[in-house]
Ligand binder design. Structure first.
Ligand code: C2O
Ligand code: CU
Ligand code: CU
Length: 502
Protein backbone atom coordinates (compact mmCIF):
# COMPACT_ATOMS: atom_id res chain seq x y z
CA UNK A 1 0.00 0.00 0.00
CA UNK A 2 1.24 3.46 -0.63
CA UNK A 3 1.89 5.07 2.69
CA UNK A 4 2.72 8.50 3.75
CA UNK A 5 5.48 8.35 6.30
CA UNK A 6 6.48 10.59 9.11
CA UNK A 7 9.87 11.63 7.94
CA UNK A 8 12.12 11.45 10.94
CA UNK A 9 15.44 13.18 11.05
CA UNK A 10 18.25 10.72 11.52
CA UNK A 11 18.04 6.98 11.53
CA UNK A 12 14.99 5.30 12.99
CA UNK A 13 12.78 5.91 10.02
CA UNK A 14 11.53 2.41 9.68
CA UNK A 15 9.48 2.50 12.83
CA UNK A 16 7.38 5.31 11.45
CA UNK A 17 4.19 4.69 9.59
CA UNK A 18 1.07 6.72 9.18
CA UNK A 19 -1.99 7.64 7.24
CA UNK A 20 -2.83 6.29 3.85
CA UNK A 21 -3.39 8.53 0.95
CA UNK A 22 -6.84 9.95 0.89
CA UNK A 23 -7.43 8.16 -2.38
CA UNK A 24 -5.62 4.97 -1.59
CA UNK A 25 -7.60 1.87 -1.01
CA UNK A 26 -7.18 0.61 2.52
CA UNK A 27 -8.43 -2.92 2.04
CA UNK A 28 -5.01 -4.39 2.60
CA UNK A 29 -3.83 -2.20 5.43
CA UNK A 30 -3.00 -5.14 7.61
CA UNK A 31 -0.03 -5.53 5.26
CA UNK A 32 3.12 -3.70 5.87
CA UNK A 33 2.43 -1.31 8.67
CA UNK A 34 5.89 -1.77 10.12
CA UNK A 35 9.00 -2.44 8.03
CA UNK A 36 10.61 -4.83 10.49
CA UNK A 37 7.64 -7.15 10.14
CA UNK A 38 7.43 -6.99 6.40
CA UNK A 39 8.57 -9.76 4.09
CA UNK A 40 12.10 -9.30 2.80
CA UNK A 41 12.27 -8.21 -0.84
CA UNK A 42 13.24 -10.99 -3.23
CA UNK A 43 15.13 -10.55 -6.49
CA UNK A 44 14.31 -12.12 -9.83
CA UNK A 45 16.19 -15.28 -10.79
CA UNK A 46 19.51 -14.35 -12.41
CA UNK A 47 20.40 -15.88 -15.77
CA UNK A 48 24.09 -15.38 -16.40
CA UNK A 49 24.92 -15.62 -20.10
CA UNK A 50 28.47 -14.33 -19.82
CA UNK A 51 29.97 -17.77 -20.55
CA UNK A 52 27.41 -19.09 -23.03
CA UNK A 53 25.89 -16.05 -24.73
CA UNK A 54 22.58 -17.93 -24.70
CA UNK A 55 19.33 -17.77 -22.80
CA UNK A 56 15.69 -18.77 -23.13
CA UNK A 57 12.71 -16.76 -21.99
CA UNK A 58 9.21 -18.17 -22.31
CA UNK A 59 6.17 -15.94 -22.10
CA UNK A 60 3.67 -17.72 -19.90
CA UNK A 61 0.69 -17.16 -17.66
CA UNK A 62 0.34 -18.00 -14.00
CA UNK A 63 -0.90 -16.69 -10.73
CA UNK A 64 0.80 -14.28 -8.36
CA UNK A 65 -0.29 -13.61 -4.80
CA UNK A 66 0.48 -9.93 -4.43
CA UNK A 67 -1.60 -10.24 -1.28
CA UNK A 68 -1.40 -13.55 0.60
CA UNK A 69 -4.39 -15.75 -0.09
CA UNK A 70 -5.44 -13.74 -3.15
CA UNK A 71 -3.89 -15.30 -6.25
CA UNK A 72 -4.07 -12.95 -9.23
CA UNK A 73 -3.86 -13.92 -12.87
CA UNK A 74 -0.61 -12.59 -14.32
CA UNK A 75 1.87 -13.19 -17.12
CA UNK A 76 5.64 -13.21 -17.18
CA UNK A 77 8.78 -14.55 -18.79
CA UNK A 78 9.77 -17.94 -17.29
CA UNK A 79 7.59 -17.23 -14.27
CA UNK A 80 4.14 -16.05 -13.35
CA UNK A 81 4.89 -12.32 -13.15
CA UNK A 82 7.77 -10.34 -14.70
CA UNK A 83 10.90 -12.12 -15.85
CA UNK A 84 14.43 -12.99 -14.87
CA UNK A 85 17.37 -10.63 -14.74
CA UNK A 86 19.60 -11.60 -17.65
CA UNK A 87 23.28 -10.75 -17.34
CA UNK A 88 24.91 -10.31 -20.74
CA UNK A 89 28.25 -9.12 -22.00
CA UNK A 90 29.59 -7.86 -25.30
CA UNK A 91 29.96 -10.35 -28.11
CA UNK A 92 27.60 -12.95 -29.52
CA UNK A 93 24.19 -13.23 -27.88
CA UNK A 94 21.53 -15.72 -28.85
CA UNK A 95 18.32 -15.25 -26.95
CA UNK A 96 15.41 -17.61 -27.54
CA UNK A 97 12.06 -16.00 -26.97
CA UNK A 98 9.30 -18.57 -26.76
CA UNK A 99 5.64 -17.67 -26.70
CA UNK A 100 3.59 -19.91 -24.44
CA UNK A 101 0.60 -17.57 -24.51
CA UNK A 102 -2.36 -17.61 -26.86
CA UNK A 103 -1.71 -14.20 -28.42
CA UNK A 104 1.34 -12.61 -30.04
CA UNK A 105 4.04 -11.13 -27.83
CA UNK A 106 7.51 -9.79 -28.48
CA UNK A 107 10.72 -9.18 -26.58
CA UNK A 108 11.94 -5.68 -27.24
CA UNK A 109 15.45 -5.13 -25.87
CA UNK A 110 14.93 -1.63 -24.53
CA UNK A 111 18.39 -0.14 -24.11
CA UNK A 112 20.34 -2.54 -26.33
CA UNK A 113 21.81 -0.72 -29.29
CA UNK A 114 21.19 -3.41 -31.91
CA UNK A 115 19.89 -3.41 -35.51
CA UNK A 116 16.17 -3.14 -36.22
CA UNK A 117 15.94 -6.82 -37.14
CA UNK A 118 17.04 -7.73 -33.58
CA UNK A 119 15.09 -5.05 -31.77
CA UNK A 120 12.01 -7.09 -30.86
CA UNK A 121 9.62 -4.25 -31.61
CA UNK A 122 6.09 -4.36 -33.06
CA UNK A 123 7.27 -5.79 -36.39
CA UNK A 124 8.81 -8.83 -34.71
CA UNK A 125 5.88 -10.58 -33.07
CA UNK A 126 6.35 -14.10 -31.79
CA UNK A 127 3.22 -16.08 -32.56
CA UNK A 128 1.70 -18.45 -30.00
CA UNK A 129 3.80 -21.59 -29.77
CA UNK A 130 6.67 -20.13 -31.76
CA UNK A 131 10.24 -19.20 -30.88
CA UNK A 132 12.21 -16.16 -32.01
CA UNK A 133 15.97 -16.71 -31.79
CA UNK A 134 17.95 -13.84 -33.33
CA UNK A 135 21.74 -14.13 -33.67
CA UNK A 136 22.79 -10.90 -32.06
CA UNK A 137 26.04 -9.11 -31.47
CA UNK A 138 26.30 -6.84 -28.43
CA UNK A 139 28.83 -4.02 -28.34
CA UNK A 140 28.07 -1.33 -25.82
CA UNK A 141 28.93 0.10 -22.42
CA UNK A 142 27.84 -1.73 -19.27
CA UNK A 143 24.35 -0.61 -18.28
CA UNK A 144 20.99 -1.67 -16.94
CA UNK A 145 18.46 -2.32 -19.69
CA UNK A 146 14.93 -3.57 -19.84
CA UNK A 147 12.99 -6.00 -22.01
CA UNK A 148 9.28 -6.13 -22.57
CA UNK A 149 6.59 -7.09 -25.03
CA UNK A 150 5.87 -4.48 -27.71
CA UNK A 151 2.87 -5.54 -29.79
CA UNK A 152 1.14 -2.46 -31.09
CA UNK A 153 -2.18 -1.84 -29.39
CA UNK A 154 -1.58 -4.18 -26.49
CA UNK A 155 1.81 -3.28 -25.09
CA UNK A 156 0.27 -1.41 -22.17
CA UNK A 157 -2.01 -4.16 -20.93
CA UNK A 158 0.54 -6.94 -21.42
CA UNK A 159 3.34 -5.07 -19.66
CA UNK A 160 0.86 -4.19 -16.93
CA UNK A 161 0.03 -7.89 -16.54
CA UNK A 162 3.74 -8.66 -16.17
CA UNK A 163 5.54 -9.18 -19.48
CA UNK A 164 8.80 -7.39 -18.68
CA UNK A 165 12.25 -8.23 -17.37
CA UNK A 166 15.69 -6.71 -16.82
CA UNK A 167 19.05 -6.95 -18.58
CA UNK A 168 22.43 -6.18 -17.05
CA UNK A 169 25.13 -5.48 -19.59
CA UNK A 170 28.38 -6.19 -17.73
CA UNK A 171 32.10 -6.10 -18.48
CA UNK A 172 33.44 -7.76 -15.34
CA UNK A 173 35.31 -4.64 -14.21
CA UNK A 174 33.00 -3.37 -11.47
CA UNK A 175 35.34 -4.42 -8.64
CA UNK A 176 38.07 -2.31 -10.23
CA UNK A 177 35.62 0.57 -10.37
CA UNK A 178 35.00 0.12 -6.65
CA UNK A 179 31.33 -0.72 -7.28
CA UNK A 180 29.16 -3.24 -5.46
CA UNK A 181 28.52 -6.23 -7.74
CA UNK A 182 27.05 -9.04 -5.63
CA UNK A 183 23.64 -9.77 -7.10
CA UNK A 184 20.83 -9.41 -4.60
CA UNK A 185 23.18 -8.52 -1.74
CA UNK A 186 24.80 -5.17 -2.46
CA UNK A 187 23.84 -4.88 -6.14
CA UNK A 188 20.06 -4.66 -6.06
CA UNK A 189 17.82 -4.69 -9.11
CA UNK A 190 14.60 -2.80 -8.39
CA UNK A 191 11.87 -2.88 -11.03
CA UNK A 192 9.43 -0.20 -9.89
CA UNK A 193 5.78 -0.42 -10.82
CA UNK A 194 2.47 0.87 -9.56
CA UNK A 195 -0.68 -1.15 -9.86
CA UNK A 196 -4.36 -1.16 -8.99
CA UNK A 197 -5.98 -4.17 -7.35
CA UNK A 198 -9.53 -5.32 -6.99
CA UNK A 199 -11.04 -6.30 -3.68
CA UNK A 200 -9.91 -9.88 -4.16
CA UNK A 201 -6.36 -8.94 -5.09
CA UNK A 202 -6.64 -9.17 -8.89
CA UNK A 203 -4.74 -6.71 -11.04
CA UNK A 204 -7.12 -4.10 -12.41
CA UNK A 205 -6.39 -2.67 -15.82
CA UNK A 206 -9.01 0.02 -16.07
CA UNK A 207 -8.34 1.53 -19.48
CA UNK A 208 -10.89 4.27 -18.89
CA UNK A 209 -10.75 7.51 -20.81
CA UNK A 210 -8.94 9.15 -17.87
CA UNK A 211 -6.49 6.25 -17.60
CA UNK A 212 -5.60 6.62 -21.24
CA UNK A 213 -5.31 10.40 -21.02
CA UNK A 214 -3.04 10.37 -17.96
CA UNK A 215 -1.68 6.90 -18.49
CA UNK A 216 -2.61 4.08 -16.15
CA UNK A 217 -1.30 4.81 -12.67
CA UNK A 218 -1.91 2.67 -9.62
CA UNK A 219 -2.33 3.26 -5.91
CA UNK A 220 -0.05 0.44 -4.81
CA UNK A 221 3.70 0.23 -5.34
CA UNK A 222 4.99 -3.11 -6.55
CA UNK A 223 8.76 -3.69 -6.50
CA UNK A 224 9.99 -6.78 -8.36
CA UNK A 225 6.40 -7.97 -8.28
CA UNK A 226 6.10 -7.68 -4.50
CA UNK A 227 3.87 -5.46 -2.42
CA UNK A 228 4.82 -4.16 1.02
CA UNK A 229 8.26 -5.72 1.29
CA UNK A 230 11.46 -4.36 2.82
CA UNK A 231 14.92 -4.60 1.26
CA UNK A 232 17.64 -6.02 3.50
CA UNK A 233 21.03 -4.42 2.86
CA UNK A 234 24.54 -4.86 4.26
CA UNK A 235 26.17 -2.19 6.41
CA UNK A 236 27.99 -0.80 3.39
CA UNK A 237 27.60 1.09 0.15
CA UNK A 238 24.76 -0.45 -1.84
CA UNK A 239 24.05 -0.15 -5.54
CA UNK A 240 20.46 0.19 -6.68
CA UNK A 241 19.65 -0.49 -10.31
CA UNK A 242 16.35 1.32 -10.71
CA UNK A 243 14.11 0.48 -13.63
CA UNK A 244 10.87 2.37 -14.03
CA UNK A 245 8.66 -0.41 -15.35
CA UNK A 246 5.44 1.46 -14.60
CA UNK A 247 3.02 2.10 -17.42
CA UNK A 248 2.76 5.82 -16.73
CA UNK A 249 4.02 6.96 -13.35
CA UNK A 250 6.92 9.41 -13.18
CA UNK A 251 8.81 9.03 -9.90
CA UNK A 252 10.84 11.74 -8.20
CA UNK A 253 12.90 9.65 -5.83
CA UNK A 254 14.59 10.80 -2.66
CA UNK A 255 15.70 9.30 0.64
CA UNK A 256 13.56 9.67 3.74
CA UNK A 257 16.47 10.95 5.83
CA UNK A 258 18.07 13.30 3.29
CA UNK A 259 20.98 11.02 2.73
CA UNK A 260 22.43 11.70 -0.70
CA UNK A 261 21.74 9.59 -3.72
CA UNK A 262 24.89 9.11 -5.81
CA UNK A 263 23.98 8.70 -9.44
CA UNK A 264 26.49 6.43 -11.19
CA UNK A 265 24.75 5.40 -14.41
CA UNK A 266 21.97 6.55 -16.70
CA UNK A 267 20.18 4.51 -19.39
CA UNK A 268 23.26 4.05 -21.55
CA UNK A 269 25.94 3.39 -18.94
CA UNK A 270 28.27 4.83 -16.35
CA UNK A 271 28.91 8.51 -15.79
CA UNK A 272 32.53 9.70 -15.64
CA UNK A 273 32.09 10.14 -11.86
CA UNK A 274 29.25 9.82 -9.36
CA UNK A 275 26.89 12.80 -9.19
CA UNK A 276 25.25 13.57 -5.86
CA UNK A 277 21.51 14.21 -6.09
CA UNK A 278 18.74 15.05 -3.68
CA UNK A 279 16.01 13.93 -6.05
CA UNK A 280 16.17 11.60 -9.00
CA UNK A 281 13.42 11.82 -11.55
CA UNK A 282 12.66 8.57 -13.34
CA UNK A 283 10.03 8.33 -16.06
CA UNK A 284 8.62 5.11 -17.50
CA UNK A 285 11.30 3.27 -19.47
CA UNK A 286 14.17 5.17 -17.82
CA UNK A 287 16.83 3.44 -15.77
CA UNK A 288 19.30 4.84 -13.28
CA UNK A 289 21.91 3.27 -11.07
CA UNK A 290 22.57 4.89 -7.74
CA UNK A 291 24.79 4.25 -4.74
CA UNK A 292 23.39 4.68 -1.24
CA UNK A 293 25.65 4.53 1.79
CA UNK A 294 24.31 2.37 4.60
CA UNK A 295 27.64 2.10 6.43
CA UNK A 296 26.24 3.98 9.42
CA UNK A 297 23.96 0.99 9.99
CA UNK A 298 20.75 2.99 9.63
CA UNK A 299 17.97 2.04 7.30
CA UNK A 300 15.92 4.53 5.33
CA UNK A 301 13.06 4.58 2.87
CA UNK A 302 13.24 5.38 -0.79
CA UNK A 303 10.43 7.87 -1.24
CA UNK A 304 8.80 9.57 -4.20
CA UNK A 305 7.01 12.79 -4.85
CA UNK A 306 3.63 12.52 -6.53
CA UNK A 307 3.38 12.01 -10.26
CA UNK A 308 3.44 15.38 -12.01
CA UNK A 309 0.94 14.00 -14.53
CA UNK A 310 -1.52 12.53 -12.04
CA UNK A 311 -4.92 14.00 -12.50
CA UNK A 312 -7.40 14.70 -9.78
CA UNK A 313 -10.86 16.10 -10.05
CA UNK A 314 -10.43 16.40 -13.77
CA UNK A 315 -7.43 18.67 -13.50
CA UNK A 316 -4.47 17.73 -15.57
CA UNK A 317 -0.85 18.19 -15.96
CA UNK A 318 1.24 21.07 -14.88
CA UNK A 319 -1.21 22.85 -12.67
CA UNK A 320 -1.65 19.71 -10.66
CA UNK A 321 2.08 19.00 -10.50
CA UNK A 322 2.72 22.50 -9.30
CA UNK A 323 0.08 22.15 -6.65
CA UNK A 324 1.76 19.00 -5.43
CA UNK A 325 5.05 20.75 -5.11
CA UNK A 326 3.55 23.62 -3.21
CA UNK A 327 1.59 21.53 -0.78
CA UNK A 328 4.29 18.91 -0.47
CA UNK A 329 1.47 16.42 -0.54
CA UNK A 330 1.22 13.00 -2.02
CA UNK A 331 4.71 11.86 -1.19
CA UNK A 332 4.80 8.14 -0.75
CA UNK A 333 7.12 5.35 0.14
CA UNK A 334 8.53 3.26 -2.69
CA UNK A 335 10.67 0.86 -0.66
CA UNK A 336 12.05 0.75 2.88
CA UNK A 337 15.57 -0.54 3.55
CA UNK A 338 16.76 -2.24 6.74
CA UNK A 339 20.42 -2.88 7.48
CA UNK A 340 21.17 -6.53 8.19
CA UNK A 341 24.64 -6.76 9.71
CA UNK A 342 24.90 -10.44 8.84
CA UNK A 343 25.22 -9.55 5.16
CA UNK A 344 28.79 -9.12 3.85
CA UNK A 345 29.86 -5.46 3.75
CA UNK A 346 32.21 -5.19 0.80
CA UNK A 347 32.25 -1.63 -0.47
CA UNK A 348 32.49 1.05 2.18
CA UNK A 349 33.18 4.19 0.20
CA UNK A 350 31.68 5.93 -2.80
CA UNK A 351 34.25 5.82 -5.60
CA UNK A 352 35.56 9.18 -6.85
CA UNK A 353 35.66 8.19 -10.49
CA UNK A 354 33.87 5.60 -12.58
CA UNK A 355 35.51 6.11 -15.94
CA UNK A 356 32.21 6.23 -17.83
CA UNK A 357 31.82 8.03 -21.10
CA UNK A 358 30.76 11.69 -21.11
CA UNK A 359 28.49 12.12 -24.11
CA UNK A 360 29.84 14.79 -26.37
CA UNK A 361 28.14 14.92 -29.72
CA UNK A 362 28.15 18.70 -29.80
CA UNK A 363 31.29 18.64 -31.92
CA UNK A 364 29.75 16.22 -34.42
CA UNK A 365 28.39 17.48 -37.72
CA UNK A 366 24.62 17.60 -37.38
CA UNK A 367 23.16 16.45 -40.68
CA UNK A 368 19.52 17.13 -39.98
CA UNK A 369 17.11 18.80 -37.59
CA UNK A 370 13.82 17.05 -36.89
CA UNK A 371 10.99 18.32 -34.75
CA UNK A 372 8.60 15.99 -32.97
CA UNK A 373 5.53 17.27 -31.23
CA UNK A 374 3.85 14.82 -28.89
CA UNK A 375 0.18 15.48 -29.44
CA UNK A 376 -2.84 14.71 -27.30
CA UNK A 377 -5.88 15.91 -29.17
CA UNK A 378 -8.67 16.50 -26.72
CA UNK A 379 -11.58 16.35 -29.10
CA UNK A 380 -11.29 12.82 -30.44
CA UNK A 381 -13.19 10.95 -27.79
CA UNK A 382 -13.74 7.24 -27.76
CA UNK A 383 -13.33 5.64 -31.13
CA UNK A 384 -14.03 2.13 -29.91
CA UNK A 385 -12.59 0.01 -32.67
CA UNK A 386 -13.19 -3.01 -30.48
CA UNK A 387 -9.65 -4.30 -30.03
CA UNK A 388 -7.87 -4.67 -26.70
CA UNK A 389 -7.09 -1.04 -25.96
CA UNK A 390 -6.76 -0.38 -29.65
CA UNK A 391 -7.72 3.00 -30.99
CA UNK A 392 -9.46 4.00 -27.81
CA UNK A 393 -8.46 7.64 -27.95
CA UNK A 394 -8.56 10.13 -30.70
CA UNK A 395 -5.72 12.51 -31.06
CA UNK A 396 -2.71 10.67 -29.63
CA UNK A 397 -0.11 11.30 -32.27
CA UNK A 398 3.32 12.63 -33.12
CA UNK A 399 3.38 15.62 -35.46
CA UNK A 400 -0.34 15.09 -35.95
CA UNK A 401 0.10 11.54 -37.24
CA UNK A 402 -1.16 8.65 -35.17
CA UNK A 403 1.06 5.57 -35.41
CA UNK A 404 0.48 3.41 -38.46
CA UNK A 405 2.37 0.12 -38.81
CA UNK A 406 2.49 0.61 -42.57
CA UNK A 407 3.89 4.15 -42.63
CA UNK A 408 7.60 4.96 -42.28
CA UNK A 409 7.61 8.39 -40.67
CA UNK A 410 11.31 9.19 -40.95
CA UNK A 411 14.34 7.96 -42.86
CA UNK A 412 17.76 8.46 -41.32
CA UNK A 413 21.20 7.87 -42.85
CA UNK A 414 23.35 5.30 -41.07
CA UNK A 415 26.24 6.98 -39.27
CA UNK A 416 24.58 10.39 -39.12
CA UNK A 417 24.15 12.55 -36.07
CA UNK A 418 20.87 14.46 -35.98
CA UNK A 419 19.32 17.03 -33.72
CA UNK A 420 15.88 16.04 -32.53
CA UNK A 421 13.70 18.61 -30.80
CA UNK A 422 10.84 17.08 -28.86
CA UNK A 423 7.95 19.26 -27.67
CA UNK A 424 4.87 18.60 -25.67
CA UNK A 425 2.01 20.46 -24.16
CA UNK A 426 -0.22 19.51 -21.24
CA UNK A 427 1.59 16.51 -19.82
CA UNK A 428 5.18 15.45 -19.36
CA UNK A 429 5.94 12.54 -21.70
CA UNK A 430 8.87 10.10 -21.47
CA UNK A 431 10.22 10.06 -25.03
CA UNK A 432 12.06 6.89 -26.02
CA UNK A 433 14.04 6.05 -29.15
CA UNK A 434 14.94 2.51 -30.22
CA UNK A 435 18.37 1.50 -31.46
CA UNK A 436 20.30 4.54 -30.26
CA UNK A 437 21.90 6.31 -27.35
CA UNK A 438 21.40 10.05 -27.35
CA UNK A 439 22.74 13.10 -25.61
CA UNK A 440 20.30 15.54 -24.04
CA UNK A 441 21.58 19.03 -24.79
CA UNK A 442 18.79 21.14 -23.32
CA UNK A 443 15.61 20.76 -21.32
CA UNK A 444 13.00 23.52 -21.36
CA UNK A 445 15.56 25.97 -22.68
CA UNK A 446 18.00 25.26 -19.90
CA UNK A 447 20.95 23.00 -19.18
CA UNK A 448 19.86 19.38 -18.79
CA UNK A 449 19.01 18.16 -15.30
CA UNK A 450 21.88 16.18 -13.73
CA UNK A 451 20.11 12.85 -14.34
CA UNK A 452 19.97 13.65 -18.07
CA UNK A 453 23.69 14.23 -18.48
CA UNK A 454 24.79 10.69 -19.30
CA UNK A 455 23.89 8.57 -22.33
CA UNK A 456 20.13 8.19 -22.56
CA UNK A 457 17.50 6.41 -24.64
CA UNK A 458 14.47 7.72 -22.75
CA UNK A 459 13.93 11.19 -21.34
CA UNK A 460 10.98 12.91 -19.71
CA UNK A 461 9.99 15.90 -21.83
CA UNK A 462 8.22 18.62 -19.82
CA UNK A 463 7.87 21.14 -22.58
CA UNK A 464 10.84 21.05 -24.94
CA UNK A 465 13.91 18.83 -24.99
CA UNK A 466 16.75 18.91 -27.51
CA UNK A 467 18.66 15.76 -28.30
CA UNK A 468 21.69 14.88 -30.35
CA UNK A 469 21.21 11.38 -31.66
CA UNK A 470 23.82 9.23 -33.30
CA UNK A 471 22.54 6.45 -35.57
CA UNK A 472 24.94 3.54 -35.54
CA UNK A 473 22.56 0.64 -36.23
CA UNK A 474 20.64 -0.16 -39.42
CA UNK A 475 16.89 -0.65 -39.52
CA UNK A 476 14.99 -1.61 -42.66
CA UNK A 477 11.42 -0.89 -43.74
CA UNK A 478 10.47 -4.40 -42.62
CA UNK A 479 11.84 -3.87 -39.11
CA UNK A 480 12.09 -0.12 -38.51
CA UNK A 481 12.95 1.44 -35.17
CA UNK A 482 10.29 3.15 -33.05
CA UNK A 483 10.27 6.46 -31.25
CA UNK A 484 7.43 6.92 -28.84
CA UNK A 485 6.06 8.11 -25.58
CA UNK A 486 6.78 5.46 -22.93
CA UNK A 487 3.50 6.15 -21.18
CA UNK A 488 2.31 2.88 -22.60
CA UNK A 489 -1.32 3.95 -22.97
CA UNK A 490 -0.16 6.90 -25.08
CA UNK A 491 2.05 4.65 -27.17
CA UNK A 492 -0.74 2.15 -27.84
CA UNK A 493 -3.13 4.98 -28.67
CA UNK A 494 -0.83 6.31 -31.38
CA UNK A 495 1.92 8.48 -29.84
CA UNK A 496 4.58 6.58 -31.73
CA UNK A 497 6.40 6.82 -35.03
CA UNK A 498 8.86 4.64 -36.90
CA UNK A 499 12.05 5.25 -38.82
CA UNK A 500 14.53 3.42 -40.96
CA UNK A 501 18.32 3.77 -40.73
CA UNK A 502 20.26 2.93 -43.87
CU1 C2O B 1 10.51 0.19 -23.81
CU2 C2O B 1 9.59 0.97 -27.59
O1 C2O B 1 10.00 0.56 -25.67
CU1 CU C 1 13.06 0.55 -26.61
CU1 CU D 1 2.80 10.47 -23.40
Amino acid sequence: MIKRRNLLAGGAVLAASSALYAWADNRFTSQATDAANRPVLQFPPLIDTVDTGKFLVTAQSGTTSFFPGHPAETIGFNQAYLGPVVRISNGALRPSVENGLSWPVSAHWHGLVVPGKHDGGPHLPVKPGEVWAPDMEIGQQPCTAFFHTHIHGRTARDVYAGLAGVLHVVDGLDRERGLPDTYGVDDLTLLLQDRRFSRDGQLVYANSMMDIMHGMTGDTIVVNGQVGSVAAVPKSVVRLRLINGSNARIYSLFSSDDRPIHLIATDGGYLPAPVQLETLRLGPGERAEILVDFSDGHGMSLMSEGDPNAGMGGMMGRARGLLDEITGGRRFEVLPFLVDERLPAKVTRIPDVLGGDQPDLTAARVSKLRNFSLDMGMGGGMMGSGGMGRGMMGGMAINGQPFDMSVINDRVRLGDTEKWVISTSMLAHPFHVHGVSFQVISENGREPRPESLGWKDTVVVDSQTELLVQFTQPASEETPFMYHCHILEHEDAGMMGQFTVS
